[in-house]
Design a protein around this ligand. Structure first.
Ligand code: ZN
Length: 367
């Protein structure tokens, strides 16, 4: 038994290292699947051997899925309901909690050192493609207390992950979430004429930064800056803010024209899907995105709307490498985005309303 385990891990490690030798957006979909499939197959075997819960959940599934589309997937909400681990408890070195909205249990994601290291490395490879290799003066659209609180929230983890790309980090908000105008002005005076990195969660950027600047009739001039933001549009849809009006407010109030949204989740930290200059979310080499019909779970064609399934080559400490999300979206194309990046590109449309989710969550694995 022990030998089998070592062999599985070795297959995974060799294939994963091989995958990382490619540039993040260099492979066309067909080539990418050839490189990614053995990694995902090894992960499937690994979690079957080490997570009894995973093994039970996928029991009815074909033993050796031959394509990424045939790979079983777990409903992402299972991580809210169960503690899913594929390593012994004493190897867990960090438990990541997703930001559950009020009344919801947050998801718990168990990380060991190897998974966590892979996450950081993947995030670096992906983000460097958009913001370059050098560390930039960084403005975080959040309060310092967010990263100081004890339990590691997804927001704190996101800020810590992005902090790798920054130096001389300044927080834009006070602990009561009001604008720290003094800090903003001194940041602008010091770095206003250079490349800077601005990072925050989408709703925070809108409600506590852009709206606050507007209300105080203030603006900044960070014309060489790049804004990276993430975290879902749900609250902004309620305010009728879409990506276009978001970007135009960013440009008007901060002078920043380079804005990259990214789609990602606490259950798959590291493999983020970043928006290119054309406004398309791109799939990196160590991940894949599949769109499925919410009712039949069949794979949708390009352009058809469905539930997003996300596949990540990273997690070995918890069985979250193939997840069916509650987000609706569609694939826009593959290998031909005018930005020059290969692979699939897609958009996220909205989250499935709660009532619909209930029906869907009965299906925890593919039929
Ligand atoms: Zn593109």
């Amino acid at each position: 038994m022990r030998n089998t385990t070592i062999m599985i891990n070795q297959a995974y490690q060799d294939n994963y290292q091989q995958l990382l030798t490619h540039d993040v957006y260099a492979l066309r979909v067909r080539e990418k699947h050839l490189a990614l499939l053995p990694v995902i197959q090894a992960l499937h075997q690994h979690h079957k051997a080490h997570s009894p819960a995973y093994s039970r959940l996928i029991k009815q599934h074909a033993d050796d899925p031959a394509t990424l589309e045939e790979m079983p997937f777990l409903a992402v909400r299972l991580f809210k309901q169960f503690a899913l681990r594929s390593v012994p408890e004493d190897e867990v070195f960090r438990v990541l909690q997703s930001s559950g909205t009020s009344g919801q249990t947050p998801a718990k994601v168990f990380l060991d050192k190897a998974t966590s290291a892979r996450q950081s490395k993947a995030l670096v490879k992906i983000m460097q493609n958009f913001i370059g290799k050098q560390r930039l003066p960084m403005l975080v659209i959040d309060a310092p207390s967010t990263v100081k609180s004890g339990a590691l929230s997804a927001r704190a983890a996101g800020i810590q992950g992005m902090a790798f790309f920054g130096r001389q980090t300044v927080f834009a908000l006070n602990d009561d979430m009001s604008l720290n105008m003094e800090a903003l002005e001194s940041f602008q005076n010091a770095y206003g004429d250079q490349s800077v990195l601005v990072f925050g969660f989408t709703f925070m950027v809108w409600a506590y930064f852009l709206e606050a600047l507007q209300a105080q009739r203030k603006s900044l001039s960070l014309s060489k800056g790049v804004l990276v933001h993430s975290g879902g549009w749900k609250k902004l849809v309620e305010k009728q803010v879409d990506n276009v009006s978001f970007k135009s407010a960013v440009s008007r109030l901060t002078g920043i024209s380079r804005v990259h949204n990214f789609y990602g989740m606490a259950e798959q930290v590291g493999t983020v899907f970043v928006e290119c200059e054309q406004g398309h979310l791109h799939v990196p080499v160590m991940a894949e995105l599949i769109v499925r019909d919410p009712y039949t779970l069949e794979v949708c064609k390009t352009g058809e709307q469905g539930l997003l399934q996300v596949i990540s080559a990273i997690p070995t400490s918890y069985p979250g490498f193939s997840l069916l999300t509650e987000d609706l979206g569609r694939v826009l194309g593959q290998d031909d985005c005018p930005c020059g990046r290969s692979g699939k590109y897609f958009e996220v449309l909205r989250r499935l309303p709660k009532t619909e989710v209930r029906g869907c969550s009965d299906t925890q694995v593919s039929p």
